[in-house]
Design a protein around this ligand. Structure first.
Ligand code: MSK
Length: 631
C-alpha cells in the first residue's frame, strides 16, 4: 500500500470476518461486549471490596464505609495495588522463565547464547568474573544470579544502578527502591489483606515500588536475557495485518509472550522435513505469523509477519485459514477454544500457567523444546487437509513494517543524522541534538493493549498520526506497535509522508519510520534504558526531558504495573482508560495531582478518555517541558 490503512478499513475487514463466523455459529468479543454492557458502576469506580467474606461491600453516599470500617479511599487504593501486583507477577514470571531457559543453554542444546557480548556486558555490570570462563558456564552463573533477584533476602534490584543518579536519589529519598521481586509482590498482597493497609499514601507508594520491581527487575531481565538467548534486535523488514495469512500455505499463528516457544516453532517451520510434509498434503509451504507480543518477538528477530494485536486474535481463526494457533502465556482469550472448534483450527496451549478449556495441551519446556515444537508443527501441517475452502476469507490487507529498534539499534541509526561519534555502547547525543535544535519537538513512548472501551486501534493510530504531524517521534511496543504496523505507520516510505517537516527530514536522513518498533510489552524496559541514557547524556533529569509515556487503549493488570514503573521513572504518563480509581478523590489526587506521587518521582498520570484531548494534552506537556528548558 502506498498510503496508510484507515481504522474504517480495518473495521470493514473485521466485519467481513464476523460474517464468516456467523456461517458457523461463532461467538465474538463484539457480541460479548454487548452482553456485558452496561458494566458494574461499583467495579468501574473501584469502590467494591471483596477481600474478605463479610462483604462484598459497595461504597455509596448512604454506606460510606465497608463492614470493617474501611473508607472508599482505602478500598480504591487496595484494589489499585492488587491490580498492579497481578501485573508485576505476570511480567516478572515471564522474566523468570527466560532466566530458567538461559540456565538450560548448551552449545549443542535446544537453546544457545546468540549474543555473548551482551551476556559479558551484563556479567561485568553485575560484578561476575568473566575471564577464562566458557560462555555457557558464564550463562549459567549469570542465570543463577538473576534468579536470585526474585528472592534474595537483602538488597535492592541490581538494574536500578542503570538509572541516572538523580532518579536513584529520588527513589532512595522516597524509599521506593524495590527489593526482591517476589518480596515486593507478596508484600503488596500482604498489605491488601483484610486488616492491613488502608492508608492511600502507603498503598500508592507500594504500587510504585512493586511496579519498579517489574520494570527495573523482572521485565528488564526478560528483555535483556531474551536478547542474550535469541539475539538483540536490529531493524528488519516484515509485513503486517490480517493479509499476511497465506491462502495456499499451512498457517500457524503464534500468540502470547514468551519467545522460548515461538523461536522453536519458527525453527521447525523451516525444517526441510516439515516443508516436505506440507507439500505432501497439498500446501505450498508453512507460513508462521504472530499475534500480540509474540508477534513482536519473532518479527524483530526473524522478520516473521505480524497478523494482528490483542483484539485481532479471533480474526485469525475467523479467516478459516488458520491450521493452528499456538499460545504460551498472557492475553490469550479463552474464547479461542470454542471459536477454534467452529473451524478446523487446532488451539494448542503449551504452558501450565495458561491452561484453557477446549485446547490441546502440549507442555513445553526447555529440555524437550525441540520435540514439542516439531510435534506442534507436524500437527498443524497434517491439519491442512481439514481446511474447508468455502470458509476461507483472508481480507486483502497487508502493510510493510520495519521493526526491531532496540536501544542499541536506535543509537546506531540516529548517529547518521547528526554525525556524532559513537562510543562502545553508543550515545543518544544525535537524538538529543535533534530535540534541542527543535527538528524534533520530543518523543512519546506509546504502549499497551486494545480495549473495547476505546474504538479498537483508533486511539493508537490517530494519536500517532497527530503526534508525527507535530514532529514528535514515537517509540512503540506491545499491541500499540501492532496497531501502528497494521495501519502502515512502521513503513518508512509511506509513514514519513504524514510527518511534520522536521521529523520527515530525520526519517529520510536516517532511513527510519517515524514510529519506531521497540518490541513486546516486557520491552518497555528498553524505554526506561533509553530515557535514562537521554538523561545521562544531556545532564537533564528524566522528568524534564520533552518525553512522555502513553497507553491509550490499555486493558491488562500488566499495563497498570507498566504505568507505575514508567511514571516512577520520571515520565509523565497519559492514559486513555481510567484504572478503576475515579471513586476516590484521594487516590486520584495521589496519581494525577500536584501533591501526590509527583513529589516523590517528579511525574504523574493524566487520564483523558477523549482521545483528541489526550493528544492535545501530550503535545502541551512536551511543549511546556521544552519551554522550561529554554529550547
Ligand atoms: S500483548 S498486555 S494486550 S500490549 Fe503484550 Fe498486547 Fe497489552 Fe497483552
Amino acid at each position: 500500500m502506498d498510503r496508510l490503512i484507515t481504522v474504517e478499513e480495518l473495521e470493514a475487514a473485521t466485519n467481513s470476518l464476523l460474517e464468516n463466523g456467523k456461517k458457523v455459529g461463532a461467538d465474538s468479543w463484539q457480541q460479548r461486549v454487548k452482553n456485558q454492557t452496561p458494566h458494574c458502576g461499583f467495579g468501574e469506580a473501584g469502590t467494591c471490596c471483596r477481600i474478605c467474606s463479610m462483604g462484598p461491600c459497595r461504597i455509596t453516599p448512604k454506606a460510606p464505609r465497608g463492614i470493617c470500617g474501611c473508607d472508599v479511599h482505602g478500598i480504591v487504593g487496595r484494589n489499585y495495588l492488587k491490580f498492579t501486583a497481578g501485573g508485576a507477577a505476570a511480567h516478572s514470571d515471564h522474566g523468570r522463565e527466560i532466566m530458567h531457559t538461559l540456565h538450560q543453554t548448551k552449545a549443542d542444546g535446544n537453546y544457545q547464547v546468540k549474543d555473548p557480548e551482551k551476556l559479558i556486558r551484563i556479567a561485568n555490570e553485575w560484578g561476575i568474573e568473566t575471564e577464562g570462563k566458557d560462555i555457557y558456564e558464564l550463562a549459567h552463573e549469570v542465570a543463577e544470579v538473576g534468579l536470585m533477584e526474585y528472592g534474595k533476602p537483602f538488597g535492592y534490584q541490581k538494574f536500578l544502578k542503570r538509572a541516572p543518579e538523580h532518579t536513584q536519589k529520588l527513589w532512595e529519598d522516597a524509599g521506593l527502591q524495590p527489593e526482591a521481586i517476589d518480596r515486593e509482590i507478596s508484600r503488596s498482597l500482604h498489605m491488601t489483606h483484610m486488616g492491613c493497609s488502608s492508608l492511600p499514601e502507603a498503598l500508592i507508594h507500594q504500587s510504585l515500588r512493586v511496579g519498579l520491581s517489574d520494570g527495573w527487575g523482572g521485565s528488564m531481565m526478560g528483555t535483556e536475557f531474551s536478547d542474550v538467548l535469541f539475539g538483540t534486535p536490529k531493524p528488519v523488514d516484515t509485513t503486517a495485518n490480517i493479509g499476511v495469512l497465506e491462502k495456499d500455505m499451512v498457517n500457524i499463528i503464534v500468540h502470547g509472550h514468551d519467545p522460548s516457544l515461538s523461536e522453536m516453532i519458527v525453527h521447525y517451520a523451516n525444517d526441510p522435513e516439515m516443508i516436505a510434509l506440507a507439500k505432501s498434503v497439498g500446501a505450498k509451504g508453512i507460513n508462521i505469523a504472530g499475534v500480540c507480543c509474540t508477534a513482536n518477538e519473532v518479527a524483530m528477530r526473524h522478520g516473521i509477519p505480524m497478523a494482528g494485536n490483542f483484539l485481532s486474535q479471533e480474526n485469525v481463526v475467523l479467516t478459516g485459514a488458520c491450521e493452528a494457533i499456538v499460545v504460551d502465556v498472557q492475553c490469550i482469550f479463552p474464547a479461542l477454544g470454542p471459536l477454534s472448534k467452529c473451524f478446523h483450527t487446532k488451539f494448542v496451549t503449551t504452558s501450565p500457567i495458561a491452561r484453557i478449556p477446549d485446547s490441546e495441551f502440549i507442555q513445553f519446556n526447555a529440555e524437550t523444546a525441540g520435540e514439542n515444537a516439531k510435534a506442534i508443527v507436524k500437527m498443524a501441517v497434517e491439519n491442512f487437509t481439514n481446511r474447508k475452502t468455502d470458509l476461507v476469507n483472508i481480507p486483502d490487507q497487508k502493510t510493510n513494517a520495519r521493526v526491531g529498534y532496540s536501544v542499541e539499534a536506535i543509537v546506531k541509526v540516529l548517529d547518521g543524522v547528526a554525525n556524532s561519534q559513537v562510543d562502545t555502547f553508543g550515545t543518544t547525543k544525535p537524538l538529543l541534538e535533534c530535540v534541542t535544535s527543535g527538528v524534533l519537538r520530543g518523543a512519546v513512548a506509546m504502549v499497551g493493549c486494545n480495549n473495547p472501551k476505546v474504538r479498537p486501534d483508533y486511539a493508537h493510530i490517530e494519536l500517532m498520526k497527530k503526534l508525527i504531524a507535530n514532529d514528535i517521534i514515537l517509540i512503540v511496543s506491545g499491541c500499540s506497535a501492532q496497531a501502528a504496523a497494521k495501519a502502515g505507520l512502521l513503513d518508512p516510505v509511506v509513514a514519513k509522508e504524514y510527518c511534520g517537516a522536521g521529523l520527515k527530514r530525520v526519517c529520510e536522513l536516517a532511513n527510519i519510520p517515524p514510529v519506531l518498533h521497540m518490541g513486546s510489552c516486557v520491552d518497555i524496559s528498553r524505554m526506561l534504558i533509553l530515557a535514562s541514557e537521554l538523561s545521562k547524556d544531556s545532564g537533564i533529569p528524566i522528568a524534564q526531558l520533552p518525553v512522555v509515556g502513553c497507553a491509550p487503549e490499555w486493558m491488562s493488570e500488566k499495563a497498570v504495573s507498566i504505568g507505575n514503573y514508567v511514571v516512577a521513572t520520571g515520565l509523565d504518563t497519559f492514559l486513555g482508560v481510567d484504572p478503576y480509581v475515579r471513586g476516590s478523590s484521594e487516590i486520584c489526587e495521589w496519581l494525577t495531582g500536584e501533591t501526590g506521587i509527583k513529589k516523590w518521582v517528579e511525574a504523574n498520570y493524566t487520564v483523558e478518555t477523549d482521545i483528541e484531548k489526550l493528544g492535545d494534552k501530550m503535545i502541551e506537556c512536551i511543549e511546556s517541558k521544552r519551554a522550561a528548558l529554554g529550547i
